[in-house]
Design a protein around this ligand. Structure first.
Ligand code: GLU
Length: 474
């Protein structure tokens, strides 16, 4: 049998880092087994729908190198892959469940449901639908209070519902008893539970790999498969990613919950991929740095640790720095140029500067910060650095540096260094630190910069002199 796996994000704002995490593990197993990986957009929650979100899912997953074989953008044998375009698929299933008595109409108004829940909470009873509508015709129910014209359809959860299921990662799992889940909402849209099960069946999904937060829903899904006489897929519930304080990562509290954040911060995608793989997974030999191909090769559900992995951005920075240093200079330069969104002369000078910073930074954003001074439109003198290095004492240093550089006819790193040493260290008798500190801030704008003489060469004589002049102005 060919395995078929899917990731099924809901387009409700910036994609969550969990979408990448799920994609990575789904894809690793699909690739290992020579199966298919499907992207399905679960957009049945119209209240939380965000039109720009779907494109962001495509962009961020492509950026991460986690491509899919079938999906809304590329089609496939089970198109459409967007649930809002599959509404006709869900209706007959609801009809069948109503006809077989596994589902029922519920006309309770939302006000009534709220009152009911509040009363249950007050009485310290378990909350759940009290089944007022079960066994009633529309007319019978309309005669009672809290009636609403548009019904929903609910599952009739049997008393003997099985609460255990087998999970590929966790073995035998116990879930809490479910409520009479709504399957079809008043707007005619299916809920996640119905659409998800119908689509997984229709699309031939063999393995449902998703977050731990869905464990409680699985008994309902298992019932739906059984009622419809469909084969049930295998389940694997991945651990939730946790903040360093062990709380759940949420988009409201942690910028690192948003996938676009990693792009903006200039992390290398291969580092994030490796980092996400380390969230609960290890390859044999316990090495921390490994490629996606190595993960695929060794992939085994038994190697996934279900205990909440800690999402430590410092670790990611370390990995990103590692991958950045490993990149061939040309590749690093082209990534930095495209990250900075520059071309022409600016791209050229940044490319030449890349080897100077590649070893010193962990992200492309840090690299961009370091080389930004090479472009006049990005150059600013950091006030703190100026306060440290450009006080009144710096005047003779900057004047001597200006005079020495002005005389140069050849402006290579070697020439620049020789001229500045001669003028400042030998000429003014300064320690190198005191000699070059003010020059560095004057030409790069910061106390921390790429190597000074190389930087001055890259900047060129004219611009270096203009900056020294500017720093000399009161
Ligand atoms: N749409 C669900 C989500 O956003 C998918 C869960 C599942 O994979 O079943 O998480």
């Amino acid at each position: 049998m060919t395995v078929r796996l899917r990731v099924a994000p809901s387009p409700t704002g910036d994609p969550h880092v969990g979408t990448a995490y799920m994609s990575l593990f789904n894809l690793a197993f699909a690739r290992q087994q020579g199966g298919a990986f499907i992207l399905r957009i679960e957009d049945t929650d119209r209240a939380r729908f965000d039109a720009s979100s779907e494109q962001q899912v495509y962009d961020t997953l492509h950026w991460l190198g986690l491509g899919w074989d079938e999906g809304p953008d590329i089609g496939g044998p089970f198109a459409p892959y967007r649930q809002s375009e599959r509404l006709e698929t869900y209706k007959p299933v609801v009809e069948a469940l109503l006809a077989s008595g596994h589902a029922y109409h519920c006309w309770c108004s939302s006000e009534r449901l709220t009152e009911m829940r509040e009363a249950q909470q007050k009485a310290k009873q378990p909350t759940g639908y009290d089944r007022l509508c079960v066994g009633k015709t529309r007319e019978e129910r309309a005669a009672l209070p809290g009636f609403s014209e548009q019904p929903v359809v609910r599952m009739l959860i049997p008393n003997d519902v099985s609460l255990t299921f087998t999970d590929l990662i966790r073995g035998e799992v116990n879930a809490p008893r479910p409520d009479d889940q709504v399957l079809m909402k008043t707007d005619g849209f299916p809920t996640y539970h119905l659409a998800n099960v119908v689509d997984d069946h229709e699309m031939g999904i063999t393995h449902v790999v998703r977050g731990e937060e869905w464990i409680a829903s699985t008994p309902k899904h298992v019932l739906l498969y059984a009622w419809m006489g469909w084969d049930q897929p295998q389940f694997a519930h991945m651990p939730l990613l946790r903040n360093t304080d062990k709380s759940k990562i949420s988009k409201r509290k942690n910028p690192a919950a948003r996938l676009t954040w990693f792009v903006e911060q200039g992390f290398l995608p291969e580092a994030l991929r490796n980092f996400l793989a380390l969230m609960g997974y290890s390859i044999p030999g316990d090495v921390e740095i490994f490629t996606f191909e190595e993960m695929v090769e060794s992939f085994d559900w038994g190697r996934v640790n279900p205990v909440g992995p800690v999402f430590d951005v410092e670790k990611l920075r370390w990995l990103s720095g590692h991958y950045l240093r490993e990149l061939p200079a040309e590749e690093a330069a082209s990534r930095l140029v495209s990250f900075m969104g520059i071309d022409g002369e600016a791209a050229d000078i940044v490319s030449r500067a890349t080897p100077l910073v590649q070893e010193r930074v962990a992200t492309l954003l840090e690299a961009a910060d370091m080389v930004g001074f090479l472009m006049d439109e990005r150059f600013t003198v950091d006030p703190e650095s100026a306060a440290k290095q450009l006080g009144p004492d710096s005047k003779p240093v900057l004047e001597a540096a200006h005079a020495a550089l002005e005389e140069l006819t050849s402006f290579t790193t070697v020439d620049v260094e020789a001229a500045l040493r001669e003028a400042l260290v030998d000429g003014l008798g300064l320690k190198p630190k005191n000699a070059f500190g003010p020059v560095r801030v004057a030409v790069t704008g910061k106390t921390v910069s790429p190597p000074l003489f190389e930087s001055i060469e890259l900047l060129g004589k004219d611009r270096a002199l203009v900056r020294l002049d500017a720093a000399l102005q009161p």
